[in-house]
Design a protein around this ligand. Structure first.
Ligand code: NAD
Length: 339
């Protein structure tokens, strides 16, 4: 049983905790919060031992009726692997603590590649994370890009990818971020950071990315154009997508043409928190013109990295045979049913 601590029980951390608790080879030994808020009550309700970063706040937690199990350092001492899901830029400050306690740690995409020296995506480089002390799971957008690029590259070879990312302005519960009435180029300059980030996982892929932020919270949307190295038919590309455990096909027959309808569909299918863990590739968008492949894919920012965290934990623990086995174990434990 791999003992997992989640440092930072927020948007990503709470999802990873629930996903860990469903796996038969790992368990949650604790989660951490900085202050007693709604998520702290949820952690208590779920039965996760709650640890706090600053013990001087212990009284505030107990005044709110929340039991504190100890300090973050106490939590780290009893963990095999720490999932650091603190906000981007905070995680890097925790590295010394993980080194001090000689504990394995994985960070999220808000931290730079250098924090771990290894950027992870289960469909691309599972083996590289085996038994490593430190790993970084790439961001939601990079995860979505890596999955489809690797799959198409394995099938037909990819000589170039051009990607335009339409990014959500904030997560649905966030009240202090925008924009509320603008399309913001992020950045104006080209490429955006996503292309170089894809290269931290897939160094041999030629990719140029452009990004903008729009007033929506549901999901990101990617418009992708691939130059293929060999001839492919639309049907062959669709077959690759259908066979892939982390690529979902938004069937034309559903009539879904947006992120909002896709989110509703996933919610109606009964997914926890209406999470879409796989890429949402719009079937009708998949088009091959000459050697160019075009498609749209929706990426649920709060969800797609969650399953990658689970596979990264397994790879770092080193017990499971290969990435395909880990992906299958993760998907089955979550009750992953094709969209
Ligand atoms: P969040 O703000 O929702 O949650 C972060 C949690 O960490 C909060 O509960 C906060 O109280 C806690 N925290 C802050 N400082 C802490 C400290 N010193 N010790 C312990 N806990 C602390 O953030 P998030 O959206 O979950 O993002 C976490 C990481 O995941 C970031 O690197 C982010 O870039 C990445 N990420 C976020 C998304 C997304 O859409 N939200 C998607 C992919 C990756």
């Amino acid at each position: 049983m791999i003992k997992v601590a989640i440092n930072g029980y927020g948007t990503i951390g709470k999802r990873v905790a629930d996903a860990v608790s469903l796996q038969r080879d790992m368990k949650v030994i604790g989660v951490s919060k900085t202050r007693p808020n709604a998520e702290a009550f949820v952690a208590q309700e779920r039965g996760y031992p709650l640890f706090i970063a600053d013990m001087s706040k212990a009284q505030a937690f107990s005044d709110a009726g929340i039991t504190v199990a100890g300090s973050v350092e106490d939590m780290i001492r009893s963990a095999d692997i720490v999932v650091d899901a603190t906000p981007g830029g905070v995680g890097v400050k925790n590295r010394a603590l993980y080194e001090k306690h000689k504990v394995k740690a994985l960070w999220q995409g808000g931290e730079s590649h250098e924090i771990a020296g290894f950027s992870f995506n289960a469909s691309c480089n599972y083996e590289g994370a085996r038994n490593r002390q430190f790993v970084r799971v790439v961001s939601c957008n990079t995860t979505g890009l890596c999955r489809i690029i690797k799959a198409v590259d394995e099938g037909f070879g990819v000589t170039k990818v051009r990607a335009v990312m339409v990014r959500r302005g904030a997560d649905p519960h966030v009240i202090k971020k925008g924009p509320i009435d603008s399309v913001v180029l992020d950045p104006v300059g080209i490429p955006s950071h996503h292309g170089p980030d894809v290269n931290s996982v897939l160094p041999d892929i030629t990719i140029v990315t452009m990004a903008m932020i729009v007033p929506t919270t549901q999901m990101h949307m990617h418009a992708l154009i691939f130059e293929l190295a060999s001839d492919a038919t639309r049907e062959e590309i669709l077959a690759i997508i259908k066979a892939h455990p982390r690529l979902g096909l938004v069937k034309k027959a559903t009539g879904i043409v947006s992120t909002a309808e896709l989110k509703e569909y996933v919610m109606d299918l009964g997914r926890p928190r209406s999470d879409l863990w796989e890429n949402g590739i719009y079937e009708d968008s998949v088009s091959v013109v000459g050697r160019d492949l075009y498609l749209f894919q929706a990426i649920h920012q709060e969800a797609d990295v969650v399953v990658e965290n689970i596979d990264a934990i397994r790879a770092m623990a080193g017990d499971v045979a290969d990435g395909a086995t880990s992906i299958r174990m993760t998907n089955e434990a979550l009750g992953f049913v094709a969209i």
